[in-house]
Design a protein around this ligand. Structure first.
Ligand code: SF4
Length: 210
């Protein structure tokens, strides 16, 4: 099986296991997903959803986030890792979206990655989950680990991993592949104790005995 056939087989098998092909982060608007995704770096989606539930009731519009005093926003998200920088980035992104993008979260990789605190991973999540655009593949910690274990990449740098995955995956599956590897990483192929014997990818995985 070559790499392209292998990734298709992985997608086919994992689609049978995980039917909800969307982010576990809760949001109602594109800007709320931007907030959640910025908060999710080095934090779990479950924790982020707990933190955002009251925030999303308190702040309704992009302007609300631009206008809130930094100290107030810091306190609102203080249980999240790196809350100081994340509060700054959320406020600065809100201001930039109002000033440069007519108060709308932009729809291109270039524009999204011009926002403070937004790198390719966050931009890919927004583009795929909000606008249905596959411009790249979001590489988080699970996608990074599983891609390596499954032999889909030899790289450790997320940008290089993304390129490797894009080269072997049909474009229409880019968003799905990211979601599927994240779900499988949470449920079965966990970093500390992968459940090899329960894994539907066991027979095609080069790391099954590690
Ligand atoms: S066989 Fe093991 S290492 Fe390979 S994907 Fe499954 S759980 Fe992960």
């Amino acid at each position: 099986m070559n790499a392209k056939e292998k990734v298709l087989e992985i997608i086919k098998r994992l689609k049978k296991e995980y039917s909800e092909l969307k982010t576990a982060l809760k949001f109602r608007t594109p800007f709320e997903l931007l907030v959640s995704t910025i908060l999710s770096a080095q934090s779990t989606d479950v924790h982020v959803n707990k933190v955002t539930e009251p925030i999303f009731k308190k702040y309704k519009s992009v302007k609300d986030y631009a206008d809130v005093p930094l100290d107030t926003l810091r306190k609102d998200i203080s249980s999240i890792n790196f809350y100081n920088n994340k509060a700054k980035n959320i406020r600065a992104s809100a201001k930039m979206i109002i000033e440069k993008f007519d108060s709308k979260v932009p729809k291109t990789m270039e524009e999204l990655t011009s926002l403070p605190g937004v790198a390719r991973k966050t931009a890919n999540i927004i583009l795929s989950n909000v606008y249905g655009i596959n411009e790249g593949i979001a590489v988080d910690t699970h996608v990074k680990r599983l891609s390596y274990k499954l032999g889909l990449t030899k790289n450790e740098d997320p940008v290089k991993i993304e390129k490797d995955l894009m080269d072997i995956t049909p474009k229409e599956e880019w968003g799905n592949l990211s979601h599927l590897l994240i779900f499988h990483g949470r449920e079965i192929c966990q970093a500390k104790k992968p459940k090899h014997k329960e894994c539907v990818l066991y027979d095609i995985c080069p790391s099954r005995n590690i």
